[in-house]
Write a protein that binds this ligand. Structure first.
Ligand code: F3S
Length: 297
């Protein structure tokens, strides 16, 4: 009974870079605080806390002698201004792909475009992107919302620029682009879904089509992990686990082929533990097919 691990599972470039920057600062003996949790992974954040890293919600909370790290999601322009004014020692771990979106929206917004952002309006990355637009900006997450937005005004002569959150669902983005092209004659589209996200979702989709069960490993607060689950559960039963221990709480799961993928903020050690637990459970069952239920009996 094969367990197939997606090649794209685990840390993406931007998260890996941000996490390394924090550990590097600790090695240099710095006292570090991060603006929000460095990544959406409770276990890694807990490890950093044990090493003295504090999470703050605003530059105003940074203490004397601390170095502030901006995480890969990025922050609005106003936060950079606050940091500069306060004279805080800081390190920018904004993912370069996110920083590129900041540059696009800032330039287009300064040129007078209406900026449309496909994404979750409450997600920190989207809050950051919106915060780099000096002009009018709107966030939407479905093609339906886009249609409603288009009815709010006359956009026949208005230049409109559209970007997306880097982790936006690829299929929904394609739908939104087709819709926007019909609704906004002056539209410029910037495809800003990160290729790490796109290939992770494509691989998860293909793997879930050939699997009887998908295990998605990642934090429940991670949006890209949630999107992987969405993609997979269209094709086969899918469970999301944050840790290997959670596998033991699952009931009624059975499959000839099990696919495993993981969000961009899932540390390799957790993926390893999940695979290890799966193989231990597998060794406990008789016969060719793997059943968590049997393993628990
Ligand atoms: Fe950056 Fe892409 Fe990861 S935008 S943070 S490399 S998902």
């Amino acid at each position: 009974m094969p367990v197939i691990l997606a090649k794209t599972a685990g840390f993406c470039f931007g998260v890996d870079r941000a996490v390394k920057q924090v550990y590097d600062l600790l090695e240099q003996g710095k006292r570090v605080c991060t603006l929000g949790p460095i990544i959406h992974n409770t276990h890694l954040v807990a490890d950093l806390e044990r090493r003295g890293v504090r999470t703050v919600t605003s530059p105003a909370e940074v203490g004397e002698g601390e170095t502030l790290v901006i995480r890969s999601h990025g922050v609005p322009a106003s936060v950079y201004a606050q940091i500069e004014v306060a004279g805080i020692d800081w390190v920018d771990a904004t993912c370069p792909f996110v920083a590129k979106i900041h540059q696009i929206v800032r330039e287009r917004s300064e040129a007078g475009d209406l900026v449309l952002v496909a994404g979750d309006p409450d997600h920190p990355e989207v809050v950051g992107i919106v915060g780099h637009c000096p002009g009018e900006v709107r966030v939407f997450s479905t093609a339906g919302e886009l249609r409603r937005l288009a009815k709010e005004g006359d956009f026949s002569d208005r230049p409109v620029s559209m970007v997306s959150q880097t982790t936006f669902n690829v299929a929904l983005w394609k739908e939104a682009v087709a819709e926007a092209e019909a609704l906004f004659p002056g539209l410029s589209v910037f495809s800003t879904i990160c290729s790490a996200t796109a290939s992770r979702q494509q691989e998860a989709e293909a793997l879930s089509k050939e699997s009887g069960l998908m295990v998605v490993v990642g934090d429940r607060k991670s949006s890209n992990t949630a999107k992987l689950r969405e993609v997979c559960e269209k094709n086969c039963p899918t469970i999301l686990v944050e840790t290997a221990d959670e596998l033991l709480q699952q009931r009624g799961l059975y499959a000839k082929i099990i696919g495993v993928t993981a969000g961009a903020s899932t540390p390799a050690c957790i993926i390893k533990e999940v695979l290890h637990t799966m193989s231990e459970l597998q060794n406990d069952v008789q016969g060719e097919d793997f059943s968590f239920e049997e393993a628990l009996e």
